[in-house]
Design a protein around this ligand. Structure first.
Ligand code: DC
Length: 220
């Protein structure tokens, strides 16, 4: 059985999560935001006093059963000691900490098996992140790469979080730099990926473009 996965990668606030969620909803598929694994680990490290600078301690924590990621229709969720802490992990400062710990190869390797386990033979999965098409699911039959101008991305996230545009642009530029220049699994356009610039597109237009690719590229 071939891998039933569509990957959607791209930089912060390029629309990956919104597009994945909507595509999965319209197709009746499941979706996972792999960023939730990095955000969840960053949040759990902070909450339990684990040093965010220690690759060893973080990769042990990555395997710990005190926390887990669960797929959901609206968001990929994180539970710590059985409590739903999802609300906390999507803040921009947790994103920044997640980007920092995602630099460590051992941490990435420790999260990989759980990310791959999201795929199964009974239904299609939309997997979004930075390295879904390159590292997590290199065999995926359809790979998308979303991009958008930095002002458009900062505007989207600043509006969502109610923060200043200049500050958001600065934070995102730093995160983009960290995500694209790291040695382990840097953000890059996967080979054979379809690139969509979402700067001046509405969400439904992007979803329609991806659905058209699904129809032409996949045998469902
Ligand atoms: O997509 P996001 O903003 O939720 O991701 C948060 C951080 O997690 C991102 O800045 C880098 C890291 N990440 C990663 O390294 N690889 C992924 N596949 C997804 C996220």
């Amino acid at each position: 059985m071939n891998l039933q996965v569509v990957t959607i990668d791209g930089p912060a606030a390029s629309g990956k999560s919104s597009v994945s969620r909507e595509l999965a909803r319209e197709m009746g598929w499941r979706w996972v935001s792999t960023g939730a694994f990095y955000r969840g680990l960053a949040y759990v490290a902070q909450a339990t006093g684990v040093d965010i600078g220690s690759e060893e301690a973080l990769s042990r924590l990555a395997h710990s059963s005190i926390w887990e990621v669960q797929l959901g229709e609206d968001r990929t969720k994180v539970f710590l000691n059985g409590n739903d802490v999802t609300e906390n992990i999507y803040r921009e400062e947790v994103g920044t900490a997640a980007s920092q710990l995602s630099l460590y190869p051992k941490v990435r390797a420790s999260l990989l098996a759980a990310q791959r386990a999201c795929a199964n033979a009974s239904s299609w999965l939309v997997a979004e992140g930075r390295d879904c098409g390159t590292v997590v699911f290199p065999e995926a039959p359809l790979k998308i790469y979303l991009t958008a101008r930095s002002e458009a991305r900062a505007q989207r996230r600043a509006a969502e979080e109610g923060s200043s545009l200049e500050e958001m642009q600065r934070v995102q530029a730093e995160r983009d730099k960290q995500d694209t220049t790291r040695k382990a699994a840097p953000l890059q356009i996967p080979e054979n990926a379809h690139v969509i610039d979402t700067s001046s597109m509405e969400l439904n237009e992007v979803v329609d473009a991806v659905k058209a690719l699904v129809e032409t590229s996949l045998q469902l």
